[in-house]
Design a protein around this ligand. Structure first.
Ligand SMILES: Cc1cc2nc3c(=O)[nH]c(=O)nc-3n(C[C@H](O)[C@H](O)[C@H](O)COP(=O)(O)O)c2cc1C
Length: 309
């Protein structure tokens, strides 16, 4: 028998019953909704791709500058631009031939928005629906995930609308309690979780004496977000035991292994694509395999949640 360090490590995994050939998942919002580009990422070693969040109607987003790199990560205030659900149906049709599972990300400002979008997208059979629960709720202006009750209502309503398509709420670090929100998602029937979205942040240009982004505040992503993401994944795993797509600052194979040890079954990558290009998926997967060989780990599944035991 070959020793683990001579074999090709098993990097297959599973999230919400979806089998993935690679644990690396393109995070939402990084490469839009175009089927051509999403299929290209699939051919570069991603195990699944997440579409940019789809809203109820066309929306332009915030003015420039709306994305900046500041040395430890990125700040963006793109403002959820979307062509609107009716204008992505053609891309959904084309994505039916994607070589890897396609996760449709959805946002809205009411529970009814989410349900309406899910109902329109359901006939195209995405592998799962990811819910951006960090967007503001029209009723009180606070994010959906500011309240366990609101999250429960949202996730249970979407679950009913989604039929047998898995539902994956995406947690935000901008909350009073990851364990409580994660538990509310589980109680409402969530099949898995994605953690995390960006963290609310600001960078000021001291010569100009002004925030760098036109919108002033933005969402922090990339390396500076990673320890926050690892903590959130750890807490969500502990609170629910649900499969998690661990996302936030993963740029190298070691980062991905760390996320898996915190409790992630798969690993989202967004900002790394800005830093390393689309080949980031193939390269990070290679780095993961090398680490696994050197540490006698035969399968990714062996180390999910390893930091808990
Ligand atoms: C420019 C940009 C746009 C984003 N758009 C979305 C989006 O539409 N929906 C969403 O759920 N997350 C969105 N995100 C968040 C990412 O999916 C991811 O959760 C976050 O960036 C942390 O991961 P990273 O450090 O690997 O980028 C966006 C991130 C960036 C940088």
């Amino acid at each position: 028998m070959k020793a683990a360090n001579e074999t090709n490590p098993d990097v297959t995994t599973e999230v919400a019953g979806i089998k993935l050939n690679s644990p690396l998942v393109l995070a939402s919002g990084i490469l839009g909704t175009s089927s051509d580009i999403l299929k290209r990422v699939a051919s570069e070693g991603a195990g699944a791709v997440t579409m940019k969040s789809i809203g109820p109607v066309e929306r332009e987003g915030h003015p420039n500058p709306n994305v900046i790199e500041f040395g430890f990560g990125m700040l963006n205030a793109v403002g959820l631009p979307t062509p609107g659900v009716d204008n992505v149906l053609q891309e959904m049709e084309e994505l039916k031939t994607s070589p890897v599972p396609v996760i449709a990300s959805v946002y809205g400002s009411t529970v009814d928005d989410f349900v309406m979008i899910v109902e329109k997208l359901k006939p195209y059979k995405p592998a799962a629906f990811e819910l951006d629960i960090s967007c503001p709720n029209k009723e009180d202006g606070l994010a959906f995930m500011a309240s366990e009750d609101v999250v429960y209502k949202l996730v249970s309503s979407v679950k009913k609308a989604a039929g047998n398509i898995p539902v994956i709420p995406k947690l935000s670090p901008n909350t009073h309690s990851i364990p409580r929100i994660a538990a509310a998602c589980k109680k409402a029937g969530a099949d898995a979780l994605c953690a995390i979205n960006t963290a609310s942040a600001m960078v000021i240009n001291i010569e100009a004496r002004k925030p760098v982004l036109a919108y002033k505040k933005g969402g922090l992503s990339g390396p500076a977000l990673k320890p926050i993401a690892v903590r959130c994944v750890y807490e969500a795993y502990q609170a629910t035991g649900l499969p998690i797509i661990g996302t936030g600052g993963v740029t190298t194979g070691r980062d991905a292994i760390e996320m898996i040890m915190a409790g992630a079954s798969a690993v989202g990558m967004g900002t790394a694509v800005y830093y390393r290009g689309i080949s980031a998926f193939r390269e990070v997967l290679g780095e993961m395999k090398e680490w696994m060989r050197n540490n006698n780990v035969r399968s990714v599944k062996e180390i999910i949640g390893a930091a808990h035991y």
